[in-house]
Ligand binder design. Structure first.
Ligand code: GDP
Ligand code: MG
Length: 171
């Protein structure tokens, strides 16, 4: 179908202040700036190398203020990056609810659960094993990482995820 040959559409969702914008900008530009607009959704359209071939990709960095696009079941997207902060238990609970809802309502969507801010281990409120287990239960991918400190892990984790989304589409 035309959908399958169109862009890979990825929504970045989660509680506010967990680093959705930082992660998105880090992935797309390799840079970490630190402060981002949080009052609006941002839609990035680009062509990326996915599994060795050019692929158009659209990434929506959602914001809390937009009801429409902060809907985790956002029909626009075929893949979801669900972000929480390891320093914020509430953000994890919200992410867990989203992952569960997606597995119930959007079974064909690919999901990547990201525990961000792993550089702040001294403020940790969420155990890695708990999140990893949740992801496994719902056939989601999982990574803990620091958008602030590591460019490489953000690239690797998201590159691998996009590869899987593409493979799922073609498979
Ligand atoms: P959003 O509301 O989810 O889009 O969150 P932002 O991307 O605006 O980030 C919220 C705050 O967390 C900003 O002050 C960022 O600089 C900070 N932040 C983002 N990622 C990290 C990280 O990996 N480590 C630390 N220590 N701070 C981060
Ligand atoms: Mg934001």
């Amino acid at each position: 179908t035309s959908v399958q040959s169109g862009p890979l559409r990825v929504a970045v969702v989660g509680a506010s202040e967990v680093g959705k914008s930082a992660l998105t900008v880090r992935y797309l530009t390799k840079r970490y700036i630190g402060e981002y607009r949080s009052d609006t959704d941002m839609l990035y359209k680009c062509v990326l190398q996915v599994d060795g071939a050019p692929q158009s990709v659209e990434i929506m960095d959602t914001s809390a203020s937009s009801d429409k696009t902060s809907d985790p079941n956002l029909p626009w997207a075929e893949a979801f990056v669900v972000v929480y902060s390891i320093t914020d238990k509430e953000s994890y609970q919200r992410a867990a609810t989203t992952v569960q809802e997606l597995s119930e309502r959007r079974a064909s969507a690919s999901v990547l659960l990201v525990g961000n801010k792993s550089d702040l281990g001294h403020l940790r409120e969420v155990e890695e094993v708990e999140a990893r287990t949740l992801a496994l239960t719902h056939a989601a991918r999982f990574a803990e990482l620091s958008t602030a400190e590591s460019c490489t892990s953000v690239s690797e984790v998201v590159d691998n995820f996009l590869k899987e989304v593409k493979a799922q589409r073609n498979g």
